[in-house]
Design a protein around this ligand. Structure first.
Ligand SMILES: [Zn+2]
Length: 229
């Protein structure tokens, strides 16, 4: 029996409601299942899921087997570094065990993508602490769901001299920074946040007021801007 799925995507355009209907009439339950599972991934709608599944179907079966076994291996064997909580194949990640890194300087980030982004700059030689998210009451994420207590315990050991907060500049990011900052009260640790302001190459007139305002509040001595170039 054919299964018909209808997805509604509606948006208001000049007071008119425009609706796009995605009707999928699957001739195969196997195809339907594969498309459904694929479409559960973030940013993948039904149409894209169908395109990807059909693409895989055209490839040699070995490719699909390698993809599914890579995902299964990742899911079953992945570890999180015992010290920084970054994804790792071993108990302590390569960054934490690198003797050339400065262990007194710790950058607090949300997830592994931030670690990769900062590593790509080649400008940071300290260690990381991966929180696993941000405090977000709306999404039911409290401090206990994150690795904050592990960070505070590390801070109490006395090796950390400076913590750099590198979370996104959203209300959740600011709340998380403030929560950690309060937890560190009484400890001799310098805290800083990454600079927020006008991006390189941006025209001032196109910057929003909050960004421009922060850029003025967080201004730096001109000599420092010369060093950064
Ligand atoms: Zn680590």
């Amino acid at each position: 029996m054919a299964v018909i799925e209808i997805n509604f995507k509606c948006k208001v355009q000049k007071e008119k409601i425009v609706c796009n209907f995605v009707v999928m009439d699957f001739s195969s339950k196997l195809l339907e299942n594969a498309v459904h599972e694929m479409s559960l991934l973030p940013g993948i709608g039904k149409r894209t899921a169908l395109r990807l599944v059909l693409h895989l179907l055209k490839q040699p079966s070995g490719q699909t087997a390698r993809l599914s076994s890579a995902l299964e291996d990742l899911r079953n064997s992945v570890k999180f570094c015992a010290q920084c909580h970054n994804i790792s194949d071993v108990e302590l990640c390569e960054i934490c065990t690198n003797p050339k890194r400065d262990e007194s300087l710790v950058c607090v980030v949300e997830d592994i993508r931030d670690v990769m982004a900062i590593e790509n700059t080649g400008q940071f030689n300290g260690l990381y602490h991966v929180l696993g998210g941000k405090i977000s009451p709306m999404e039911g994420v409290g401090p206990q769901e994150l690795t904050i207590s592990s960070l505070v315990n590390k801070a109490k050991e006395g090796k950390i001299k400076e913590l750099i907060f590198a979370l996104s500049s959203t209300m959740e990011g600011d709340t998380t920074n403030f929560y950690i900052f309060k937890q560190l009260e009484g400890l001799d640790i310098k805290t800083s946040t990454i600079a927020r302001g006008i991006a390189i190459g941006d025209e001032l007139e196109y910057a929003d007021e909050v960004t421009l305002g922060r850029s003025i509040l967080n201004r730096i001595p001109f000599e420092n801007s010369l060093k950064a170039n």
